[in-house]
Design a protein around this ligand. Structure first.
Ligand code: GDP
Ligand code: MG
Length: 193
């Protein structure tokens, strides 16, 4: 087993986070929690890169389609009328395309964060994917009130300020995909124990 203190996760400050001037605030939350920033850069993503960043397997795409479908049903919205299909894979692909458009709509900040349970901690600090349901005190819960009903109606991804890897598999893929080994640092913080 790897040393728990060595766990790494990838955080992206999405275009809405950058446009709203939340970069410092977001970085600060990770640092204050005791997680270490070991790489950081602003960049403009290309569509093909976002396509490779998110999982491409049918299971993941259907999960996205299922989430969206649940949302339409919970809010009594007309899925067929608005999206023209009830097929989970088709809906998942649609949302994934909206997501690509969103992630290339302006520069993002890519960050590697390291520390105990970095992946789980990153998700905790980010909060629920749906800002309207995210706990106050989380990044999404403090700085956004967007939700799927509003986003689906506008045919766009939910604007939720940050991305944080969900699993070890995602973190490993994203780390290798977005960062060169020489851009990842191994410095000590004064509170490193
Ligand atoms: P995350 O890991 O919390 O970012 O959430 P997911 O991996 O499930 O989804 C990726 C991104 O797709 C989210 O951050 C949202 O921007 C967007 N998204 C997820 N679910 C929906 C949905 O039901 N409708 C819309 N419009 N966007 C969604
Ligand atoms: Mg995710």
């Amino acid at each position: 087993m790897t040393n728990p203190k060595e766990e790494k996760t990838v955080v992206l400050i999405k275009p809405d986070g950058v446009k709203r001037g939340l970069v410092g605030e977001i970085i600060s939350r990770f640092e204050k929690r005791g997680l270490k920033i070991i790489s950081l850069e602003m960049f403009q993503a290309q569509k093909e890169q976002i396509d490779d960043h998110y999982p491409k397997d049918e299971k993941w795409i259907k999960r996205l389609g299922q989430k969206t479908t649940n949302n339409y049903q919970e809010h009594g919205m007309d899925l067929m009328g608005e999206l023209g299909t009830e097929d989970l894979l088709e809906i998942g692909k649609m949302v994934r395309n909206w997501l690509v458009e969103y992630m290339v709509s302006g520069p993002m900040i890519k960050i590697v964060v390291k520390g105990v349970h970095a992946i789980k901690m990153g998700r905790k600090l980010a909060g629920s994917s749906m800002p309207s349901e995210a706990q106050v005190g989380t990044i999404r819960g403090d700085f956004s009130v967007d939700d799927a009903t509003a986003a689906n109606r506008d045919k766009r991804a939910i604007h939720n300020i940050v991305h944080a890897s969900e699993t070890l598999e995602e973190a490993t893929h994203e780390l290798g995909f977005w960062f060169a080994a020489e851009d990842i640092f191994d410095h000590k913080r004064t509170d490193d124990i």
